[in-house]
Write a protein that binds this ligand. Structure first.
Ligand SMILES: *Cc1c(COP(=O)(O)O)cnc(C)c1O
Length: 231
């Protein structure tokens, strides 16, 4: 069997088993196949194994790759987006996981408004406080959330985070739990529904699902090690 198809089958089984153990409906967890750095052929192989949702983290790479992939897929942007790339990114992506500042959210909202195509996204939170990570601090998000929730062309659907790198997936659990608790807090303080939690990657999607992830972003466990390092 093709490696990508076999990997997908294994990841899907692990997602379903984890959801089941956590008392969650497996369909409440969506798998985003992170295809960054891998060619269109790898995406095509994944679509042949039934995968429809893909994640990319660079606009230029996506502009080259997405047109070479099968049509009708759902593309999610998961990387750090510069404001001057928003206009190029909007036609390619329907969902933005990694909105890491109010200025970026406003730029997406404004440009989505010009094109008349509403877009959905998540606010990235730097839960762990690592200096190398993008995202709102929890306190900044508490302060700025009211303005973000009012945007009408960008619809804020939840929160996203990345846990610090570790060999032990259990190290990520407190980060994921804190993201869920912040979501619960903002949701009740503002009466704005935040159903989506994007958390968990190849190394830590199990604790993420146990803590409430609705979107897991899995790359190397599906497509193999990336051919070059990527931020
Ligand atoms: C690359 C990347 C992933 C996937 O990481 P893997 O460890 O390969 O599963 C997930 N989320 C983000 C934001 C990424 O940049």
């Amino acid at each position: 069997m093709d490696t990508i198809a076999a990997n997908l089958q294994e990841i899907r089984a692990a997602i379903a088993a984890t959801a089941g153990r956590a008392g969650r409906d497996p369909v409440s967890v969506r798998l985003v196949a992170v295809s960054k750095t891998h060619p269109a052929e790898a995406v095509t192989a994944a679509t042949e194994a039934g995968q429809r949702v893909f994640g990319e983290s660079r606009v230029q790479e996506s502009r080259d790759k997405i047109p070479a992939c099968p049509p009708g897929l759902e593309w999610h942007f998961i990387g750090h987006l510069q404001k001057n790339k928003v206009r190029q990114a909007l036609p390619l992506f329907s969902f933005f996981h990694s909105i890491d500042s109010t200025a970026l959210a406003q730029a997406i909202d404004r440009i989505a408004g010009e094109t008349g195509k509403p877009v959905e996204g998540l606010l990235e939170v730097n839960v762990s406080g690592e200096e190398t990570k993008h995202g709102f601090t929890p306190d900044d998000l508490r302060r700025e959330f009211a303005a973000l929730a009012k945007l009408s062309h960008l619809r804020i659907r939840g929160l996203m985070t990345m846990a610090p790198y570790s060999d032990n997936p259990e190290d990520a659990r407190p980060v994921f739990r804190a993201l869920r608790e912040l979501r619960d807090e903002l949701q009740s303080a503002h009466g704005h529904p935040l159903p989506e939690l994007s958390m968990g990657m190849s190394g830590d999607f199990v604790p993420a699902i146990e803590e409430g992830a609705t979107l897991v972003r899995v790359g190397s466990s599906i497509f193999g090690a990336r051919p070059y390092p990527q931020t």
